[in-house]
Write a protein that binds this ligand. Structure first.
Ligand code: NCD
Length: 312
């Protein structure tokens, strides 16, 4: 049985299988409408979500399966003090696969240890968000035709943004990928990422608090929200929340074929006027997330045929 807790749980080759299947589903969704008939997905969400939970549910429904779950800790027995380990033991007999989001880093790992069904990490605290990474990768691949030879600007809250952490971990495995990490000093990437992943891997990267200066170099600009819920005090959040606001004027020197991604939700960091720019692809990105989650569910349930990832 396979779980997906960190983006590194999938080898580059396995990722490629999932992305290829995601692309095939995108072209012919009608071919996959019964592949999960009789299967159930449980969504266990202890933290707010719109896209991730609903795209998982849409993915399972599109595959002919059914969904059950809860969308806040308050409405589950967590409010009574039940542990993640006990909850997952029970859910294992109600569903065939589950997606879990939790404010505590490592909670989905604990769940996987006690689970009899595949567990997908749908975001654990400020740590990882591997299915957002699948979404980001299929978006980049579909639009640029590649995952190598890219200069990726990441802008905003690089400290607490789990989508940033997962995407860096995934992208360093492709040749000639460079990073421009744009953030206020207080919100730079965590030390472990800098040392263990970027420095250790001899990855080409710079850290800066200047967005416009680096704009002409970027193939991808990945904007992120300042993660209010992970701050220790509101004053710091208020001081930092509008550090970077992307507007039309800042895009003047960007490449014509640069793409702007954002995991969403957006707060202030991209002005709505940018939405009309053909380079703004964040809504398309959210749509692609359904196809790639369909491919992931098919694979983790072992229904992928030639596209199945190896089970270990
Ligand atoms: C992200 C998350 O939950 O980490 N949202 C999402 O899943 N698309 C990004 C965010 O909340 O800022």
């Amino acid at each position: 049985m396979r779980h997906l807790i960190s983006p590194l749980d999938l080898s580059v080759e396995e990722l490629d299988h999932i992305l290829t299947l995601g692309q095939a589903i995108m072209k012919h969704p009608e071919k996959y409408t019964h592949i999960c008939d009789g299967k159930k997905l449980a969504t266990l969400f202890y933290e707010p979500s719109t896209r991730t939970r609903l795209s998982f549910e849409a993915a399972m429904l599109n595959l002919g399966g059914q969904v059950l779950g809860f969308s806040s800790a308050d409405s589950s027995s967590a409010a009574k003090g039940e542990s993640v380990a006990d909850t997952i033991r029970v859910i294992s007999s109600y569903a065939d696969i589950c997606a879990m989001r939790h404010p505590k880093e490592g909670a989905p790992t604990v769940a996987a240890m006690h689970s009899e069904i595949p567990v997908i990490n749908a975001g654990d605290g400020g740590h990882n968000h591997p299915t957002q990474t699948l979404t980001d990768l299929i978006t980049i691949q579909t639009l640029t035709g590649r995952l190598d030879n890219l200069t990726i600007g990441m802008c905003g809250d690089l400290k607490f943004g789990r989508t940033v952490h997962s995407l860096i971990n995934a992208m360093v495995r492709y040749p000639n990928v460079k990073f421009v990490l744009i953030s206020p000093k207080e919100l730079m990437i965590p030390d472990y990422l800098r040392k263990e992943v970027l420095d250790n891997g001899r990855i080409d990267y710079i850290e800066t608090d200047q967005l416009e200066q680096h704009m002409p170099d970027l193939d991808i600009l990945y904007m992120t929200r300042v993660q209010r819920e992970r701050f220790f005090n509101e004053e710091d959040y208020i001081r930092l929340k509008d550090s970077f606001i992307l507007d039309v004027s800042k895009l003047q020197n960007a490449k014509k074929d640069m793409y702007i991604l954002h995991p969403l939700p957006r707060v202030n960091e991209i002005s709505t006027e940018v939405d009309n720019d053909p380079r703004a692809v964040y809504f398309k990105q959210a749509k692609y997330g359904v196809y790639v989650r369909m491919a992931l569910i098919i694979n983790l349930l072992g229904l992928g045929g030639e596209h199945n990832i190896r089970l270990s």
